[in-house]
Design a binder for this molecule. Structure first.
Ligand code: TNX
Length: 498
């Protein structure tokens, strides 16, 4: 299978079919697949003497250039064969880049630092796994199909340290994922310090599923995550789940429950049994304080209010609650996001709704949100839920939405999930990782990789030109890269791993 050339240039594979199949041209192994790729002749050999220039020089563009210098084994200098430039054409949009590699040099052009950053990730994937070396001569034009390419980490069922989250951010940014949604509260744990309601974290954060010790982020730690994510062009989207999934908050402040009765913390994995008391004013003072503090710590424009599986809240109460909370979120300068159930309420235009349910009878909720002017983030559970088991032999994970193979998670289109919700209504895709069964970041990675890479590609690459038989070869070539990065992953049997 073209081993000769692949051995020379690790960023390239020959995509020939089985015996008798027509030879296809060689293809770079980059994920997500760029919009257009033309391979040239030869390669650029990067080494210790390679110098990079960057223009204009700002602390931000220098930081991006320094990352590339590090990957190439070179350094930033006043002149040299590798050039990073802002000021690209409008067609590149907010995140696109043009990349030209010849045997003489590299030119990377974008309109924004984010575009330069994405181009650097492409270059990292064109280098040999784990070290400097030769980059194939290539011309790439690239920009995303969707603005929102997200991952979600449930830090409530099990808690993950700042270090773990940073590590996850590094891995997702390598595949041009640009949102990290943090599910910060649930029945089993409250994971963010709120100064005006301190027991949420100190009591509500003190355990986890299975009864472990839990944990929470101080506001300073949360800000450090936000800043680190920004430096990788990943925007943090905070979620406080309400009016259901709130047992940890009710146990911390019993007055938020309708019966006002104290209750012990919960460490099981049931859903749908807790509710804030929609009729009490204290509830809205609480929501206002929590949204206010967290919004002030979050530079991104969104605030996710959850809103899923509120089985312990009457429908009329739910609808009333969501419209009041929507006003609170707006007052704190954010745009509201909710799981698809918020489609039952009256929504302001510009709201985002996150589609997740596999139950076809309920998909009309996302459509109802769209009819009110909302846009959709697509996270269909049977395709995009990273906590579903791969197959019957997978030990971690759940299976309520079915087994989700690497093939399943790659072969779907965000514009064809819900009747009445087309590509135009879709802002992008997101892959949630619920953590009932995962306790360590290595376990998170095992479920996320490689499925998240396919979802990143669905979010970034044009639908035309994507197909599994070609993707699996590019994916196989990413194995050594994930190893070099120290990212744990599942060696799915349907992929011919190198
Ligand atoms: C459903 S999907 C949930 C979560 C669970 C998850 C487990 C959604 C919005 N809610 O509370 O953790 O299933 O897969």
């Amino acid at each position: 299978m073209g081993r000769g050339r692949a051995a020379l240039l690790t960023g390239v594979v020959m995509l020939t079919g089985g015996a008798g199949a027509k030879a296809a041209p060689p293809m770079v192994t980059v994920i997500p697949k760029p919009v257009s790729v033309e391979l040239g002749r030869g390669a650029f050999a990067a080494g210790a003497k390679t110098t990079l220039t960057v223009s204009p020089v700002t602390s931000e563009t220098r930081r991006i250039a320094a990352e590339l210098a590090d990957a190439l084994g070179g350094r930033i200098g006043p002149a040299g064969p590798v050039a990073l430039e802002l000021g690209g054409p409008a067609r590149l949009g907010d995140e696109g880049y043009d990349l030209t590699v010849t045997s003489a040099g590299i030119r990377l052009v974008a309109r924004t630092p984010a575009g330069l950053f994405h181009g650097v990730q492409t270059l990292r994937q064109l280098l040999p796994a784990g070290g400097p070396g030769r980059i194939p001569a290539v011309t790439i034009r690239d920009y995303p199909r969707f603005a929102w390419r997200g991952a979600m980490l449930d830090v409530a069922r099990h808690f993950f340290s700042v270090r773990d989250v940073r590590r996850f951010i590094d891995a997702i940014a390598f595949y041009k994922v640009n949102r990290l949604h943090l599910h910060l509260s649930d029945d089993q744990g409250w994971r963010i310090a709120i100064d005006s309601w301190p027991r949420l974290a100190t009591h509500g954060g003190s355990t986890a599923v299975g009864g472990g010790k839990g944990g929470y982020y101080t506001q300073r730690q949360y800000s450090a995550i936000v800043a680190y994510a920004r430096s990788r062009y990943v925007e943090i989207v905070p979620e406080i789940d309400m009016p259901g999934h709130v047992h940890a908050a009710l146990s911390s402040y019993p007055k938020l429950a309708c019966d006002g009765k104290p209750s012990p913390l919960y460490t099981g994995i049931d859903v749908g049994f807790s509710s804030l008391c929609v009729g009490k004013e204290a509830t809205y003072a609480f929501v206002d304080d929590v949204v206010g503090e967290l919004a002030a710590l979050t530079p991104g424009p969104w605030f996710h209010i959850g809103g899923d599986e509120a089985a312990a809240t009457k429908t009329a109460d739910y609808v009333r609650f969501v419209s009041r909370v929507q006003q609170i979120v707006e007052r704190h300068g954010k745009r509201m996001i909710g799981w698809e159930e918020i489609g039952r309420a009256k929504l302001a235009a510009g709201t985002l709704v996150q589609h997740w349910n596999v139950d076809l009878a309920k998909t009309e909720l996302s459509r109802r949100a769209v009819e009110q002017g909302a846009m959709v983030i697509m996270s269909p559970a049977a395709k995009a839920y990273l906590d579903m088991k791969y197959d019957p032999s997978t030990k971690l994970g759940l299976r309520w939405a079915g087994y989700t193979s690497v093939l399943d998670s790659y072969t779907w289109d965000p514009g064809r999930q819900v009747a009445g919700v087309g590509s135009r209504d879709v802002l992008g895709v997101e892959a949630p990782l619920w953590s009932e069964t995962v306790r360590t970041i290595a376990e998170v990675e095992y479920l996320a990789f490689p499925r998240l890479m396919g979802i990143a590609e669905i979010g970034w690459s044009p639908a035309r030109g994507r197909n599994w038989s070609e993707y699996r070869l590019r994916l196989a070539a990413q194995g050594p890269r994930l190893e070099a990065l120290g990212v744990n992953f599942y060696r799915a049997p349907e992929v011919p791993w190198r």
